[in-house]
Design a protein around this ligand. Structure first.
Ligand SMILES: Cc1cc2nc3c(=O)[nH]c(=O)nc-3n(C[C@H](O)[C@H](O)[C@H](O)COP(=O)(O)OP(=O)(O)OC[C@H]3O[C@@H](n4cnc5c(N)ncnc54)[C@H](O)[C@@H]3O)c2cc1C
Length: 663
């Protein structure tokens, strides 16, 4: 947009400035002479950049001023052809629209370069883009004062030096078209175009929704949708992931001129009342997620209420007691445990701060139609929304994914997760998470989740509180399916590592001491409340995107909670999608373009899918399927015993796992 021009000039310094610093006076004189002036075939002078050389000064006879030859560089506004700029619509006429960059007003987009089909409304003196959705035509007004993105397609210089009667030339033709009303000759005009995807108004409004656009400025909570509303981005589903997406887009400066809507079936979720009651649905959040929450100003709210810190983790095998314990080398947290409803409250509370985000509670997307340009959405109250990009964050049973005919890879685990809020027998500060892999499925404390075989779940749910607590306490200590061969293998591996440490003293830094790893048992549970159960399944969407549509959160991936990664993956989608959107807009592409969507899909699939497969494999490795006899069990038990023991004692392997697990 700007260039540096090397120029020479003779600066006249009046005698009354002789007592002042010559450099300052020359700078002032050059700015007085050039700033805000057009130089023919060069551009608009903006400001002096630097002075390269000052020659000798001379005083001419009959003139008291000094004359100094100066070489300098000046900043010139001269956008290059094909450059994409953003300005504001200044006015419109039948010939086209006029755009201002505040410091430069002579930008003209002729009728031939406007989006088609369009018409000029004589009454409103505005252009209207007649946008065809396939079913109906929306009148989208190019309003005065709106921000508009355009491509520079031509530049026209006109020599306005008074040299006699005006000559007829090409430049004059364009200039007289641009300024035919007042016949002002314009020395430098930029010709723009908005007739391609990604260009045009940053915020489009159809007249039907104009009043709601105005409301956006002061009230963005819980609205009713007006018929034929337009939003640049619509997010379907305000769970943890959808809310985080809305907050991440709302907070980003680059998107402040976009209209973003969040639609959720439930009523206002902001209220987080009665922190005395502990919610039984909690998530272990990774450090990447905490960084995201901090960046969207949600973490403070969580800190003001409550969260648990995980410093250490103990994981062991119910069959052989082979175990691994880990913590971060720098002593920082492995995870943060936060109640789901507190996470949602921290995110929704924040949404009211973002003027570009509008939330529609108690609304449901019932239908939508995709086309190349946009998606037309129908809500349960029969109102319609048109959007350039629909983001589906509507959970594992995603209507959006199904309606877009996106297939999934899916299976149900023969397990159900029981969650409960547990009260410890003794008041103690607990920073350790425990997980024991039983042959019926893993049981974990912090968060408290017992994944158990389907056929056993009713027995547990029907128990009274005292019996249930007894079962949980037992599950961490009683002998599970005992595999003598596996226990023997554990001893063998431990002895092997001890032998290696002695034989290769130099390599001893790579191994931990057998004795330093003390096995600690979880604290005793005294009582439990709010027991609930959730069927467990694996789901991976074959595609993360479709025409004008991107999916995030559980709508594309559901995994076993044993690694506490589900919502962390969803928050990872939010980070990735936001970055792709930014990259896309900065390179001048339109929101929801196919290139952007494919970019998101390939970036995110590469990150998410390997993690999911790893977690699924871990569950399969530890769960006792009905294989019939111990012939099959034994090699599995052996493999995991060797794996756990090695991972626990070989430091680089252990560090690798800590890094992978906690991202
Ligand atoms: C027992 C258990 C323990 C877990 N523990 C952990 C853990 O420790 N760590 C972790 O990272 N993850 C964990 N998870 C996973 C985590 O809970 C999920 O990944 C997360 O809740 C998914 O959030 P979401 O926003 O994608 O979907 P959801 O929470 O399902 O939200 C979807 C939202 O969309 C709305 N909606 C649906 N359809 C429509 C529609 N048509 N129109 C408008 N709105 C609609 C719904 O009302 C809902 O609000 C656990 C899961 C389970 C079952």
């Amino acid at each position: 947009m700007y260039i540096l021009a090397e120029m020479n000039d003779v600066v006249h310094v009046k005698p009354w400035y002789f007592d002042q610093d010559l450099l300052n006076v020359i700078e002032d004189e050059l700015n007085k002479k050039f700033a805000n002036k057009i130089i023919y075939q060069l551009g608009l002078c903006v400001a002096l950049f630097d002075i390269k050389e000052i020659g000798n000064s001379s005083v001419l006879p009959g003139d008291g001023s000094s004359h100094t030859k100066v070489s300098f560089r000046y900043v010139i506004f001269r956008p290059f052809i094909d450059e994409i700029l953003v300005g504001k619509v200044k006015s419109s006429s039948k010939e086209g629209i006029y755009i201002s960059l505040s410091f430069f007003d002579d930008i003209f987009v002729p009728f031939s370069n406007l989006q088609k089909p369009c018409r000029f409304d004589e009454k409103e003196q505005l252009f209207i883009w007649q946008y065809d959705t396939g079913d109906s035509v929306h009148d989208l007004f190019i309003d005065i004062g709106e921000e508009i993105r355009f491509r520079v397609v031509n530049e026209v210089f006109l020599d306005t030096t008074p040299t006699g009667p005006p000559k007829k030339n090409d430049a004059m033709t364009i200039t007289s078209v641009v300024h035919n009303k007042d016949e002002i000759k314009c020395p430098f005009t930029i010709i723009g175009s908005i007739n391609e995807p990604g260009l045009g108004l940053l915020t489009l409004s159809s007249r039907a929704s104009f009043s709601s656009t105005k409301n956006l400025q002061n009230d963005n909570q819980s609205h009713n949708c007006k018929n034929n509303d337009y939003f640049d981005i619509v997010i379907c589903g305000g769970g943890m992931v959808g809310n985080a997406m809305a907050a991440a887009l709302g907070q980003e400066n680059l998107f402040k001129n976009l209209k973003i809507a969040l639609i959720d079936t439930e009523s206002n979720k902001e209220k987080y009342q009665n922190p005395q009651i502990h919610h039984s649905r909690v998530c272990a959040l990774s450090s990447t997620t905490i960084d995201l929450l901090k960046s969207i100003d949600s973490w403070d709210f969580i800190q003001q209420h409550r969260f648990g810190e995980v410093h250490n983790m103990h994981v062991w095998d119910g069959s052989t007691d082979a175990f691994i314990s880990f913590k971060k080398e720098d002593g920082s947290n492995l995870a943060w445990i936060v109640e789901n409803n507190l996470i949602i409250a921290s995110l929704t509370k924040n949404l009211s701060n973002f003027k570009n985000v509008k939330v529609f509670y108690s609304n449901k997307i019932e239908d939508f139609k995709q086309n190349d340009q946009a998606i037309d959405i129908k809500l349960n109250d029969d109102s319609n929304i048109t959007t350039k990009l629909l983001i589906g964050s509507d959970g594992g049973n995603s209507f959006i994914r199904k309606k877009a005919n996106i297939d999934v890879l899916q299976w149900n685990y023969d397990q159900v997760a029981i969650v409960a809020t547990m009260k410890l027998a003794n008041k103690t500060q607990n920073f350790t998470a425990w997980q024991r892999f039983l042959s019926t499925g893993p049981i974990a404390l912090l968060p408290a989740i017992w994944s158990i075989k389907k056929n056993m779940v009713n027995n547990l749910l029907e128990l009274n509180d005292e019996e249930f607590v007894h079962k949980v306490n037992q599950a961490f200590v009683i002998e599970d399916f005992k595999n003598e061969f596996g226990s023997g293998i554990e001893n063998l591996v431990q002895n092997g590592i001890d032998w290696l440490r002695n034989v290769i003293p130099k390599g001893s830094d790579y191994f931990t001491d057998r004795e330093t790893e003390v096995r600690i048992l979880p604290p005793k549970i005294a009582s439990s409340e709010s027991r609930a159960s959730y069927p467990l399944s694996f789901l991976h969407s074959n595609n993360y995107v479709s025409k004008r549509l991107a999916l995030i959160g559980d709508s594309i991936h559901k995994i076993h909670p044993l690694a506490g990664q589900g919502v962390n993956l969803g928050f990872g989608d939010v980070i990735c999608l936001k970055q792709c959107l930014k990259d896309n807009l900065l390179s001048g592409n339109e929101i929801g373009s196919w290139n952007f969507l494919k970019d998101y899909e390939s970036r995110r699939q590469r990150q998410a899918f390997p993690k999911m497969v790893g977690i699924d494999a871990l569950n399969k490795l530890y769960t006792d399927y009905e294989y019939g006899n111990s012939l099959i069990k034994t090699p599995l038990v052996t493999a995991r015993t060797v794996g756990l023991t090695l991972s626990n004692r070989v430091i680089p392997v252990k560090n690798f796992f800590v890094k992978q697990a906690m991202r």
